[in-house]
Design a binder for this molecule. Sequence first.
Ligand code: IVH
Length: 667
Amino acid sequence: MSFEKIQLLRKALHDHNYRYYSKDQPIISDMEFDGLLDQLIALEKKFPEFYDPNSPSQRVGGALIKSFETHTHKRPMLSLSNSYDQKDLLAFMNRCKDSLKNDLEWSVELKYDGVAISLCYENRELKHALTRGDGIRGDDVSMNIRTINTIPLKLPTEAPEELEVRGEVYFSFSSFERLNKKRFTDQGVRFANPRNAASGTLKMQDSSEVSRRGLSAFMYSVHSDELEVSSHIESLKLLREWGFPVPSEEGKSLKKCQSLDEILDYVNYWDDARHNLPFAIDGIVIKLDEIASQNKLGYTAKTPRWAIAYKFNSEKVLTRLKDVRYQVGRTGAITPVAILNPVQISGTIVQRASIHNADQISKLDLHENDTVWVEKGGEIIPKITGVDLSKRLKGSISVDFILNCPDCGSILSRKEGDSQHYCTNSSQCKTQIKGRLNHFIQRNAMDIDGIGAETIDQLVELGLAKVPSDLYQLKPYDWLKLEKFKDKSVRNALSGLKQSKNVPFERVLFALGIRHVGSTVAKKLVRHFKNIDNLMKTSEDELLNLDDVGPMIVTSLSTYFLSKQSIYEIEKLIEIGLCFTSSDEFSGGLLEGKTFVISGVFDSFTRAEIKSSIEKNGGHLSTSISSKTDYLLKGSGVGPMKLKKAESLNVAQITEIEYKTWIGSVN
Ligand code: IVH
């Protein structure tokens, strides 16, 4: 009885929420709404066994998040390439036209200046909300996202069972100001800008505080195997019908355009009108509207080929150059960094700027103590874009690029055609050694718990580790030599290292730190070559035939595999037990040739996990049941339509337990 009452209240509150936030047509007063919510909260307190993370009561927060779990994105969260003027934009449009050879239509919309979010719905309920993270894996901030009133926690039956919706979380200027005022009174500090505030708020552990701060969101894309839409604008319309906050054509925050002129009119309109918006935008996004065309163009490793951001001119300020320092990267690359008199740009205090390389210093004809123009574009690190010569001090001397490594003192080298200087003393230069070890342990590489940058610093300083394999050979008494290391921290480090032996080959390959082999390229190489032997034996031509593998990567791989030290290190890592074979190669193809449809919620797997388990075991996935389906894999709450269809077509049905027994994963 109490459960039914709770369910009724939840349903009513979800409906009122939808009417209020999505339709702007409330049928009860705020007081009546609060009355129903109070009743629900009281009942849920009395009957905690009926807890539901997607209950409307979760909007007010309350949960304390101990640590944020990370999950792999179903599809990588990429970024947009940027354009800054009409010429860039025209070049982009022509690239699309040349590849597609037909008249194209464009969807143009605002580029919200906030934090990207991915909302995953399973069985039409919010399963988790992930931050972008490193683009491959993000942090689960669901509890905090649930506090955003405009984000639906349950979807209507017209929506697909499984759905991913992406968008941007932000603070309106008014919420930001309210928050900053309070923060200054309470703690004497302020957030630099709404974007930083949104990002900090999403990672708060106290979801009631998040609820009080009042984040907002706009969604800009939807992904689902079960969705059949032919245009981006149409897909946004569907999202609106299902209750999501999306830009609208009426409010001019979305427009379909046919020509460059139309797009430029839109850009110019917003370049001015953005100053009247209640939230920050930093440009306009131009997307090919037709989904089939988007699919034809596809993606580069980092960005879609069918979309581009047009960035509004960024703010420029003048400040004094105090010093130029040089950083040594893990590959030995030397980067000059300008140290500036602190100055405010677009709401953030800037005191460092990148100068890229020696050519840039010459191009700017940079002199000590110069007054420089600093600009903060889309990049996180601002850059120096010019010098105000009228303010140059008499007798000041030019900035000359260093000749020796600031760490180990060895002479720097610069190859012909390369703009970068390098310290080639890679086996002795401590900054490089630390950089490589830090790269190895980082989250999207070996993800070694219990070892951080401070630990690496000490290990290198004490001469205990130079290469990754050294980490695995350290004995407990070695670890105890480190400051702050007691029995527990030693156990943690050792267990972190042990765990890392399960890390898949693609991340091990990335962790090796081969120049230009980022995580996307590593994945491609592993998918193609399956194991390290094949990769080492391959020819440059075969490598060049792979998508996204260019001459720079090929040269870098050849140099790496020609080095005796690298081969010796790989052999040691193989001996230690790290994975140098792709998991596909291990799979005996238990489910080879079988087609599965999954429905419902599973106890031991998320939807993404169960799909990847089926694929890893050689099975195929399909979204709808047909005569070609072999199995319907049923979770709890399996869709009744799917069950009916499976029965009518005589498709075998298996439960999660049966599936686990089949693939041999039952304990
Ligand atoms: S589409 C593959 N549309 O801009 C990425 N992004 O670098 C496709 N953003 O952090 C993104 N407003 O979160 C798209 N209307 C919009 C957007 C938008 C803001 C953000 C996005 C990402 C960045 C792109």
